[in-house]
Design a protein around this ligand. Structure first.
Ligand code: CTP
Ligand code: MG
Length: 546
């Protein structure tokens, strides 16, 4: 592996070892755009192959090597065995495709769309192997809760527990590759209409806060097409394309998504359940890509959301405690049904992440800088204005001074719960641009200012009762950690302790949490009703960047 390609990606997102605590992170920190470009190029040299379970790995690789050297490969399960194979050169993919057949001996006619998702057939049984030597598969999902509790119980202390949870849930190198490959496969479909377009992943797939199993947010970038070849533009004339006009940007987006949606639905191998959610504030296509197992959301020209993913990437890379804390808070919220995969009036992972960032800006000394201070470190090249919004901040991680704060994760987690258990949500808004509370500009129960579109609230959907539930649970959790402090568990203990206690369902611990045993049911019903209401008014998830 990694023998022949000079440009092999050293992932910033992925399976690298995270040093425990402190800010002495020695991993080379690449710029976000560099990582994304490299990943995209890597995905273009990669194919996805559906394989029979009993494929002989050695022979399979030898067979593929006819088309050129292979840089990397792995197998995984999703509706059958699949292989992701990355060649060293893009030419090899063309060569492989040239030697690939359109399916024959089928009863059903096929749509002859030739993609980089292929199907491997065995010609003779000598390529088969006994069951015990089947190819090793790589897991694309997080550990079960039983396994997680085991892992947490083995940890030495609460800091170790938070880092253990991070390691168990963060996206692996292979999962990151698969995400970029899936975008690349969808890009091939979109490029049939818009040659030169790019589909970028954004959101938790790239912002360093992705959990195994999270959705794949992608956006179709048509601006890349507009990049001119200035050298050929000299002289007295200017040439423009003849193009159709429409009454608004929104209508253009809806038309593009509608047609691409049809294409994905009708021609995209393995793309199923395509939904066009075109009346949402930010129109999107939602579908599942069965072969990769990802639930995909595709939007158009959503560059502010990509910029906010870059900002989170910077925050996540600055100090190794940030991701550990965010992952634990997200898992805690999920365990207590504060978040849900159904859109509704609950808090989102994105809002929770911004709340953790805000909290870390409020420490003394601060663990994270404010967005305004990241802006003041920016140079001319970092300048970025999108749709009239100033999205400028420093992109070179080395220009940001590490924090002198040495607080432990255990302390930070407890203080996080205490801080938000007592936050004046009725009066104040959360603002990571200035890193301080501001007066709320409207009466939304939870107001978290969108860092770039500063007149928007990213948690506008959250109801008073969901916020109250968050506050109650935060207080209870702070109390539990306080008690833990007093009674250190013995290492041989089979009882859940520390972080594990916080992740248990309500009622399972004899703490203030159990006093509310009856309550979650009501909340659940209320929440479901609210979610039905909100999805019929189509304010559902289509609020990316809005
Ligand atoms: N986004 C936003 N404003 C919102 C919701 C989303 O700007 N109100 C942007 C953020 O950049 C976010 C991205 O859209 O990261 C994707 O949204 P979503 O999938 O809801 O959040 P993720 O961060 O991807 O988290 P998850 O793991 O829950 O998918
Ligand atoms: Mg997402």
């Amino acid at each position: 592996r990694h023998l022949c390609c000079p440009g092999t990606v050293a992932a910033n997102v992925g399976s690298e070892e995270q040093p425990l605590g402190g800010s002495e992170d020695k991993i080379p920190k690449k710029r976000f755009s560099e990582v994304q470009e490299e990943r995209r190029e890597q995905a273009q040299r990669t194919v996805l192959i559906r394989c029979p379970n009993n494929v002989n790995e050695k022979k399979f690789l030898k067979y593929l090597s006819q088309h050129g050297p292979i840089n990397n490969h792995f197998f995984y399960e999703s509706f059958g065995l699949h292989a992701v194979v990355e060649f060293c050169q893009k030419d090899s993919v063309d060569s492989l495709q040239n030697g690939t057949h359109t399916p024959k001996q089928r009863t059903d006619p096929v749509i002859p769309f030739k993609s980089r998702f292929l199907n491997l057939k065995l010609k003779n049984s000598s390529n088969q192997i006994p069951q015990q030597s089947y190819a090793q598969t790589n897991k694309q999902l997080p550990p079960s809760s039983k396994k997680l509790f085991e892992l947490l119980n083995y940890a030495e202390n609460i800091d170790d527990q938070l880092n253990t949870l991070l390691k168990a849930f963060q996206l692996t190198e292979e999962n990151v590759r698969l995400r970029h490959l899936t975008c690349s496969l969808i890009e091939d479909i979109a490029a049939a209409y818009f040659p030169g377009c790019v589909i970028w992943p954004f959101g938790s797939s790239v912002n360093t806060f992705g959990k195994l199993g999270c959705d794949l947010d992608m956006f179709l970038d048509l601006d890349e097409i507009g990049k001119l070849d200035v050298h050929k533009n000299a002289g007295d004339f200017l040439m423009e394309f003849q193009m159709k006009t429409v009454p608004s940007e929104r209508i253009a987006t809806q038309k593009i998504l509608s047609v691409i949606g049809e294409c994905i639905d009708n021609f995209g191998p393995s793309c199923v359940g395509v939904q066009k959610i075109l009346n949402a504030r930010c129109p999107l296509l939602r579908f599942s890509h069965q072969a990769s197992g990802f639930q995909c959301d595709l939007t158009v020209n959503n560059s502010i959301a990509l910029k906010s993913s870059e900002l989170l990437y910077i925050y996540g890379s600055l100090d190794s405690r940030v991701r550990a804390l965010v992952f634990s808070v997200r898992c805690w919220a999920r365990a207590h049904s504060l978040t849900s995969s159904i859109p509704g009036t609950w808090i989102t992972n994105f809002s929770l992440t911004v709340m953790v960032i805000f909290f870390l800006q409020r420490r003394s000394p601060p663990i994270l800088p404010t967005l305004d201070s990241l802006k003041s470190l920016a140079d001319a090249e970092d300048r970025c204005i999108l749709n009239g919004h100033n999205c400028t901040f420093v992109r070179d991680l080395y220009k940001i001074k590490p924090s002198g704060n040495t607080e432990t994760l255990e302390l930070l987690l407890k203080e996080f719960f205490e801080y938000f258990g007592n936050f004046a949500f009725n009066k104040n808004s959360i603002n990571i641009r200035q890193g301080k509370e501001q007066n709320k500009p409207d009466s939304s129960p939870l107001y978290i200012q969108n860092p770039f579109e500063t007149s928007l609230n990213i948690s506008k959907n959250v109801s008073q009762s969901q916020l109250q539930k968050f506050v109650d649970l935060a207080r209870d959790s702070a109390w539990i950690l306080e008690q833990e402090d007093k009674s250190q568990p013995s290492l041989s203990s089979k009882q859940p302790w520390g972080l594990a206690t916080l992740l248990l369902p309500p009622g399972a611990v004899s703490t203030p949490l159990s006093k509310k045993k009856k309550k979650p049911m009501n909340e659940k019903v209320k929440g479901l009703l609210a979610s039905i209401k909100s999805s019929t008014t189509d304010s559902s998830k289509g609020t990316h960047g809005k």
